[in-house]
Design a protein around this ligand. Structure first.
Ligand code: URA
Length: 209
């Protein structure tokens, strides 16, 4: 079964508090989400492989390390996933960004994959799939499934807030995928909002209602 890593770093928790606050406006909300995404990316990339190089310092030749060049890819799930991309790219500017979109069929309530545009070499990349609110886990599970069908071999799921129901769903459907999250909240309400959560992440990021 995949692991769940909850990032309890004080800076992440501090910023998350203001993200949750209903009085935080769109501009600040967007900035804070990107800042948390950047801090989370720092932790998520902890296992990136390094290789040794030599550099000439002003004093001596030094054996040092640089990233071994393993290719990364970010795949935000539309639309709220977009809100975390900029922050991650500040740390990892060379990452390629793919997009995947799903909507919920009003009759079956099942997620339907309607759009994707991905790097052509997704099978060779370590992908970070981004879904800020892991509620029922339906969209994230469908997105991970679709990405596997399209050739993805290595994926991590990055969320801001998860409900226990969403975590369970991913662990059941995708036991090979680790989840990285800033908080696991209490539960879902009857409309599948995360409680206490932060409301609708897409609406708060983009100022829609
Ligand atoms: N999506 C959101 O944006 N918020 C929730 O609470 C659940 C799903």
């Amino acid at each position: 079964m995949g692991n769940v890593y909850v990032f309890d770093h004080p800076l992440i928790q501090h910023k998350l508090t203001y993200i949750r606050d209903k009085n935080t406006g769109t501009k600040e909300f967007r900035e804070l989400v990107n800042e948390v995404a950047m801090l989370m990316a720092y932790e998520i990339t902890r296992d990136m492989p390094l290789r040794e190089v030599e550099v000439e310092t002003p004093l001596k030749t030094a054996k040092c390390k640089v990233l071994a060049g393993k290719k990364l890819g970010l795949v935000p799930i539309l639309r709220a996933g977009l809100g975390m991309v900029e922050g991650i790219l500040k740390l990892i500017p060379a990452a390629k960004v793919g997009h995947i979109g799903l909507y919920r069929d009003p009759k079956t309530l099942e997620p339907v994959h309607y759009y994707s545009k991905l790097p052509t070499d997704i099978g060779e990349r370590d992908l970070i799939v981004i879904d800020p609110m892991l509620a029922t886990g339906g969209s994230a599970s469908a997105a991970l499934g679709a990405l596997k069908e399209m050739g993805a071999k290595s994926m991590k799921l990055m969320c801001l807030i998860a409900a226990p129901e969403g975590v369970e769903r991913i662990q059941q459907d995708h036991p090979d995928i680790d989840i990285y999250v800033a908080a696991v909240d209490e539960k879902l309400d009857e409309k599948s909002y995360i409680i206490p959560g932060l409301g609708d992440a897409g609406d708060r990021l983009f100022g829609t209602k």
